[in-house]
Design a protein around this ligand. Structure first.
Ligand SMILES: [Zn+2]
Length: 428
C-alpha cells in the first residue's frame, strides 16, 4: 500500500505507543512452553514480568532511534489450547482473545497458524511463538513483525512476480519503479527471497536477476524485513523504511491506531505505583481475636519500565539516581516531587513527577506473637510481678479474666512485625 498522495511527514515527531502483552498458555494446570527458551541468558519455562520487560527493552532499543517509543501497559495471562497451538486462524481480533483497543497487542503462543510469528500489515497486533523470544532471534523477530505493524513489506516483496521491483536506482530510467513496486522503498535494493553473502558483502550472481533479467546488485544483509539471519552484519532499517514507518503513524490508515498513541510525558511516569508500609507506626488496635490492626505511614513504590537510560533528580539518598536500559528502577523512599530524565527521549529535559504526600495510613492485620503483663498493687511501686506471655497466652481471649483482682496491670502485646500494643488497666 502506498502512502496517501498528499501525506505529511515530520522527521522529528516522537511517537509513543502503548503496548500490552498477552501470554496464552494451554491450560492452567500446565502453563509451560513446549520448547526450551533462553531469555537474558536464563532458561525459562514461563513468562513473567522479567521476560516481558526484556522483550519491551528490545522493542525500544530497536525503534527508539527512529523516534518510536513503547509505553508499557502491562501483561495478562490466559488459557486457550486452540489459540496457543495455532489451531485458530488469528486473523480476526476476537479469535485471539483479550485485546486492548488502546494499545499495540503482542501475543505469545506455543505455535501460530503460519510460521513462528506474524503481524497484520499496518495494524496494531502481532503474534509470536514463545520460541522466537529466545535470545538469539528475539531482536530480529521483534523488528521484523513490528516493522510489518508499521506498514513495512518484505525487502524481497514480489521478487518472483512479473510486477517485480527493478534493480535500477536511477530515477530517470524508464525501468525505475522502486517507489511503486517491491517494498515501495527506494533505498532497499531489489533482491531475491534469498541472497548470498561473503561476510557482509553481497556475492554478485549473474543468474540471480529481477524479472527483466537484470542481476541484483549491492544487496545488504540483515535488514529486519529480510529473511537472512546473520546478526553479525547488524540488523537495521534503512532511512527509507524509517520514513515509511513514521509516515504510517503520522497518517494512520485506520482510526483505532490513533487510540494507541500516548504522550511523551507518559514515558516519564512510572508504569506502576504500589503503596507499602513505612517504618513509622501510627496506631495499633487490638482486635481482641489474637490479632491487631497495625497502621504505619504509607510509602509508594514508583516502578519505571525497562528500556531507557534514566536520571532521577531530587530523590531520597537511598533511591537510585540513574538507571541503564537493563534496569527496572524503583523510587521507593522519596516522598516528595522528584525529577526524571530519559536520555533516549531528550537528555536536556527533566520532567517532575509529583508525589502526593497526603496519604491514608497503610494498615495491615497482624498476629500477636508474644507479650508480658506487669502487675502491681500500687502504681509506681517497686513491688511488681512480671509474667511473660507466649504466643498462645498472648492470644488467649480469657487473658483479662485470668488477671488478679485489685491490681494494676500493664499489658504489652507484640505483633509479628514488632508493633507493640500497651494497655494499663485496674482490675476491680
Ligand atoms: Zn514477514
Amino acid at each position: 500500500m502506498l502512502p496517501p498522495p498528499n501525506f505529511s511527514y515530520d522527521a522529528d515527531t516522537k511517537y509513543v505507543l502503548n503496548v500490552k502483552f498477552h501470554i496464552v498458555y494451554e491450560n492452567e494446570e500446565n502453563p509451560v512452553f513446549p520448547d526450551e527458551i533462553i531469555v537474558n541468558s536464563q532458561q525459562v519455562n514461563q513468562f513473567g514480568e522479567a521476560e516481558i520487560m526484556e522483550i519491551l527493552k528490545d522493542m525500544n532499543v530497536t525503534f527508539n532511534p527512529h523516534n518510536i517509543f513503547f509505553k508499557y501497559k502491562g501483561f495478562d495471562v490466559s488459557y486457550n489450547s486452540d489459540v496457543t497451538n495455532g489451531l485458530q486462524n488469528g486473523s480476526s481480533i476476537s479469535s485471539l482473545g483479550v485485546t486492548d483497543n488502546n494499545a499495540y497487542n503482542i501475543y505469545f503462543v506455543n505455535y501460530t497458524h503460519i510460521g513462528s510469528a506474524y503481524a497484520t500489515q499496518g495494524n496494531t497486533r502481532a503474534v509470536f511463538s514463545f520460541s522466537t523470544m529466545s535470545d538469539i532471534i528475539r531482536v530480529q523477530v521483534l523488528g521484523h513483525e513490528l516493522g510489518h505493524c508499521f506498514n513495512l513489506l518484505h525487502v524481497f516483496n514480489n521478487y518472483n512476480s512479473s510486477q517485480c521491483e527493478h534493480v535500477t536506482r536511477d530515477v530517470n530510467s524508464p525501468l525505475y519503479n522502486a517507489n511503486v513496486a517491491g517494498d515501495f522503498v527506494h533505498d532497499t535494493p531489489a533482491q531475491s527471497f534469498q541472497s548470498w553473502f561473503n561476510g557482509c558483502e553481497y556475492i554478485y550472481n549473474p543468474n540471480s536477476t529481477d524479472c527483466t533479467g537484470e542481476p541484483y546488485v549491492d544487496v545488504v544483509p540483515a535488514n529486519y524485513l529480510g529473511y537472512d539471519s546473520d546478526s553479525t552484519c547488524g540488523y537495521h532499517f534503512t532511512t527509507g523504511q524509517a520514513v515509511r514507518m513514521r509516515t504510517h503513524l503520522q497518517n494512520p490508515p485506520m482510526p483505532h491506531i490513533l487510540q494507541t498513541f500516548n504522550t511523551i510525558e507518559s514515558l516519564y511516569e512510572p508504569f506502576e505505583i504500589i503503596p507499602y508500609a513505612g517504618t513509622i507506626i501510627r496506631s495499633v488496635t487490638d482486635n481482641n481475636d489474637g490479632t491487631a490492626e497495625v497502621c504505619r505511614n504509607t510509602l509508594l513504590r514508583h516502578r519505571f519500565q525497562k528500556s531507557f537510560d534514566y536520571v532521577f533528580t531530587n530523590v531520597n539518598p537511598s533511591d537510585p539516581t540513574f538507571a541503564t536500559i537493563n534496569d527496572l528502577p524503583e523510587i521507593i523512599n522519596t516522598t516528595y516531587t522528584f525529577g526524571v530524565q530519559i536520555n533516549q527521549v531528550d537528555p536536556t529535559i527533566t520532567n517532575d513527577f509529583f508525589v502526593d504526600c497526603n496519604r491514608q495510613p497503610f494498615c495491615q492485620i497482624e498476629d500477636f506473637v508474644q507479650g508480658r503483663v506487669i502487675s502491681t498493687k500500687v502504681l509506681g511501686s517497686m513491688n511488681l510481678t512480671l509474667e511473660e506471655l507466649n504466643e498462645i497466652q498472648v492470644k488467649d481471649p480469657e487473658l483479662y479474666d485470668k488477671l488478679m483482682s485489685e491490681y494494676y496491670h500493664i499489658i504489652t502485646k507484640e505483633t509479628e512485625s514488632g508493633a507493640i500494643k500497651q494497655t494499663v488497666i485496674y482490675k476491680e
